[in-house]
Ligand binder design. Structure first.
Ligand SMILES: NC(=O)c1ccc[n+]([C@@H]2O[C@H](COP(=O)([O-])OP(=O)(O)OC[C@H]3O[C@@H](n4cnc5c(N)ncnc54)[C@H](OP(=O)(O)O)[C@@H]3O)[C@@H](O)[C@H]2O)c1
Length: 299
């Protein structure tokens, strides 16, 4: 019984790869570059499979003999989209999930776990929430046993968001952020997500459910950043940049070939991220690590 983690070389994917391997499960990892899998997991016996979610034929080959698929794919540099390269929520999150569902059905896969995100909603004003919701619906309509997991904001040693603030504190006398820092956040420790996804893949208690998953504390964005700075031993004031100014800068930067920021990305990173964990707790009773405790394992 092999579980294939698509996007398994990424932040979330690697967490569930490690957790399943630790539990003695047979694990395969899909990457656009199969050679990178051995480099990513030098200490684990995981099978590498090559495929691209935008290429149906590659998925057909890669899904052969797989029992469960866990979809942790995300386009590079998310949430900054690059239409020229097809790195968009529509192409990768939505259509890439539809292609995976089709390939899974053809290959006789039994269970499909989809990593979505809190806020997924077909009626949302934000296209990333719409495409996540449409991807979820494709999974629900597939006829496969499924679990949808909607994490909030993930943090861990390899994240490229909360660590960025700690990085600013190491180089600057202040920590710049966009927005007023009041939006509610419920950050989820990456190891907790690894365990939740491993449970979702192996425990039928979650079959057919859509599980929001956040950390045990609801904090303002400023409090999350302050906690991270405190654990890292840095005292720095947070310098709030107005969202409107950020979007103005981003609009100018958008003219560059590979823009480091877009107006949509500003909205994405200043959005609240909170979860109702009730269904998750009923189905899987996960241990949810307090922020300070999670941060102290690596900062
Ligand atoms: N990070 C967060 O805070 C967060 C919060 C909520 C929800 N999520 C969701 O969690 C999921 C995973 O996010 P993440 O942050 O873990 O992503 P990530 O670290 O960026 O990793 C994504 C992986 O996807 C693979 N990939 C990219 N394009 C691909 C393609 N066309 N075909 C096949 N594989 C492709 C890449 O593997 P290769 O380069 O090896 O091909 C990469 O390692 C996403 O659905 C995301 O929306 C993340």
């Amino acid at each position: 019984m092999t579980t294939l983690i698509t996007g398994g070389t990424g932040f979330s994917g690697a967490a569930v790869v490690r957790e399943l391997a630790r539990r003695g499960e047979t694990v395969a990892v899909l990457s656009r570059n199969a050679a990178s899998v051995a480099t990513r997991f030098p200490d684990l016996a995981v099978e590498a499979r090559q495929g691209d979610v935008c290429d149906a034929a590659s998925l057909e080959r890669a899904f052969a003999g797989i029992d469960t698929v866990i979809n942790c794919v995300q386009f590079p540099n998310s949430p900054i989209e690059n239409r020229r390269k097809g790195w968009t929520f529509e192409q990768v999150d939505f259509k890439g999930t539809v292609q995976q569902v089709q390939a899974a059905k053809q290959a006789g896969v039994r269970r499909f776990v989809y990593v979505s995100g809190v806020g997924a909603d077909v009626g949302s004003e934000k296209h990333w929430f719409v495409f996540k919701a449409r991807a979820e619906q494709a999974v629900r309509d597939s006829g496969l046993a499924f679990v949808v997991v909607r994490p909030t904001w993930l943090y861990g040693p390899e994240d490229v968001s909360l660590n960025r603030f700690v990085g600013f504190a190491r180089r600057l006398p202040f920590v710049p952020t966009f927005g007023d820092g009041s939006q509610p956040m419920q950050p989820l420790f990456i190891d907790d997500l690894g365990r939740i996804l491993a449970d979702a893949a192996t425990n039928q208690a979650a079959d057919g459910l859509t599980l929001e998953a956040g950390g045990p504390e609801r904090l303002s964005m400023d409090d999350v950043v302050r906690t991270a700075l405190d654990v890292a031993g840095k005292r720095r004031p947070i310098l709030h940049q107005p969202v409107a100014l950020g979007k103005l800068m981003a609009r100018a930067l958008q003219l560059l070939p590979g823009p480091p920021l877009t107006p949509d990305a500003i909205d994405f990173i200043t959005h609240e991220a909170v979860a109702d964990n009730a269904e998750l707790e009923r189905a899987l009773s996960p241990r949810l690590t307090p922020l300070r405790e999670g941060l102290a394992t690596y900062l």
